[in-house]
Design a binder for this molecule. Structure first.
Ligand SMILES: Nc1ncnc2c1ncn2[C@@H]1O[C@H](COP(=O)(O)OP(=O)(O)O)[C@@H](O)[C@H]1O
Ligand SMILES: [Mg+2]
Length: 345
C-alpha cells in the first residue's frame, strides 16, 4: 500500500514573491487526492516541492518517517524512489519510441534483464491502455496518448506515491474522462497514494477521495471530497461552477468593489457563464469492472467515520448518503459490477 504524505506549515517564496504559505494537509495512504486552484496559484510548485525539486523555506514534508526538508541528500534520493511523477508536459524523449520511453527508468535505475524490462513495460502499457502503440514516436501520437505514455513511465518503478500534474490539460472532455478512469484503475491496481493537480471541474467532482484548493496564497480547505463539493465558500462555489461571479478574477483575484458591481449585473440579468446549479454531489467513479477492489474505498470509509463529527453538516449528510447508497463502499453482493451509471456532470 502507498505511504502517507504529511505536510505541515509549508511556505514557499521565489525571492519576494510568496507563492503560498502555511499549507498543512495529509495525503492519506493509498487514497486519491486532488489539489485544485486557479492557474498560477502554485499547484505545480507544490507538486515539485513534494519530491524535493523545489525547496520551501518553512514547514515540513514527512514521507515514510523522513522530513525531506531536513534529510541528507542520500535519504532524499531514497525517498524519491517512492515517487512516480507525471509532469504537466509529459516530458517524453522525442527521439525514443514509447517502449523505450517507458523502459527508460528501468534501464537507468535497475539491473533488470531486457526480458524483465519488456514484461514490466508491457504490463504498464496495458494498464494505461497503450498496448500496441509501443513503436510509435511521441510526435506521432495524440496529446492524450502522450499523457498515458508519461503515466506508464511513472509506474514502472512501482511507486508508492504518484503525482500527476494536470492529466487533463489539452484533452477534450471525453478523453479527460478516460484518463480519469485510468487514474482510478491505477489506484485499484497498485493501491498507491495519488495526488492529482488540476483545474478541471469534472475530474475534481468525480475522481478524488479527498480534495483541497489553493487560492490567495493559502490552502482554502482540504478534506474528504464531500467537504469541498458541498462547501458554501464563495471561491470554492465559483470554481466548481466555473462562473465569473466570485472572488476569482481574470488574472487572479478581485477586490470587493468589483465583486459587488458584478453581482449587481447578475442580479439585473447578466449571464456570468458557467453552470448555475453546482449543488449536490455526483457519485465518485469506480474502478472498471474486472479490476481489483479499490481498497482505498473501504479504508477511507473507516477514516471518514472517525472524523465525521468534525465536518460541516452538509458534508456529513452527503457522506452519510454515500454510505447508504453504496457509493462509498464496495459491497460485492449488492453491487457486483458497480453498475449504477455515473450521472452526467
Ligand atoms: N522556478 C521558479 N522560479 C520563480 N518563479 C516560479 C518558479 N516556478 C513557478 N514560479 C511562479 O510560481 C507561481 C505559481 O506557479 P505554478 O505552480 O506553475 O502555478 P499553477 O501550477 O497553479 O498554475 C507563478 O507565478 C510562477 O511564475
Ligand atoms: Mg501547473
Amino acid at each position: 500500500m502507498g505511504v502517507e504524505v504529511s505536510v505541515e506549515g509549508l511556505t514557499k517564496s521565489f525571492g519576494s514573491q510568496k507563492i503560498w504559505q502555511d499549507v498543512t494537509l495529509t495525503l492519506p495512504a493509498g487514497e486519491v487526492s486532488a489539489l485544485l486552484g486557479p492557474s498560477g496559484t502554485g499547484k505545480s510548485v507544490f507538486l515539485k516541492s513534494l519530491i524535493g525539486l523545489l525547496r520551501p523555506e518553512q514547514g515540513s514534508i514527512v514521507i515514510d518517517g523522513t522530513n525531506i526538508l531536513e534529510c541528507s541528500s542520500k535519504e532524499l534520493y531514497e525517498i524519491r524512489k517512492l515517487f512516480g511523477v507525471l509532469f504537466q508536459d509529459g516530458a517524453l524523449f522525442g527521439s525514443m519510441n514509447l517502449f523505450d520511453n517507458v523502459a527508460f527508468p528501468l534501464r537507468e535505475h535497475t539491473k533488470k534483464s531486457e526480458s524483465d524490462v519488456r514484461k514490466i513495460v508491457m504490463e504498464k502499457m496495458e494498464l494505461v491502455g497503450l498496448l500496441g502503440a509501443e513503436d510509435k514516436l511521441p510526435g506521432e501520437i495524440s496529446g492524450g496518448m502522450r499523457k498515458r505514455a508519461g503515466l506508464a513511465r511513472a509506474l514502472v518503478l512501482d511507486p508508492q506515491i504518484i503525482l500527476v500534474d494536470e492529466p487533463d490539460s489539452g484533452l477534450d472532455p471525453v478523453r479527460t474522462t478516460y484518463i480519469s478512469q485510468t487514474l482510478i484503475d491505477i489506484n485499484a491496481e497498485i493501491d498507491a497514494t495519488i495526488l492529482i493537480v488540476s483545474h478541471n471541474i469534472n475530474l475534481a467532482r468525480t475522481v478524488p477521495d479527498n480534495i483541497g484548493m489553493l487560492f490567495r496564497r493559502k490552502l482554502v480547505m482540504f478534506g474528504p471530497r464531500e467537504v469541498l463539493l458541498t462547501s458554501d465558500e464563495p471561491v470554492v462555489k465559483q470554481f466548481l461552477g466555473g462562473t465569473m461571479i466570485g472572488p476569482i478574477g481574470m488574472s487572479e483575484e478581485k477586490d470587493e468593489a468589483t465583486m459587488a458591481a458584478e453581482q449587481a449585473m447578475v442580479d439585473a440579468g447578466h449571464h456570468a457563464g458557467g453552470v448555475d446549479d453546482v449543488e449536490g454531489i455526483v457519485p465518485q467513479m469506480k474502478a472498471t469492472p474486472g479490476m481489483p477492489f479499490r481498497q482505498a474505498v473501504a479504508r477511507r470509509q473507516e477514516r471518514v467515520r472517525e472524523i465525521m463529527h468534525t465536518l460541516p453538516d452538509s458534508a456529513q449528510i452527503a457522506i452519510q448518503e454515500s454510505f447508504e447508497e453504496g457509493f462509498g463502499t464496495y459491497d460485492t453482493e449488492e453491487f457486483p459490477l458497480y453498475e449504477e451509471p455515473l450521472e452526467s456532470v
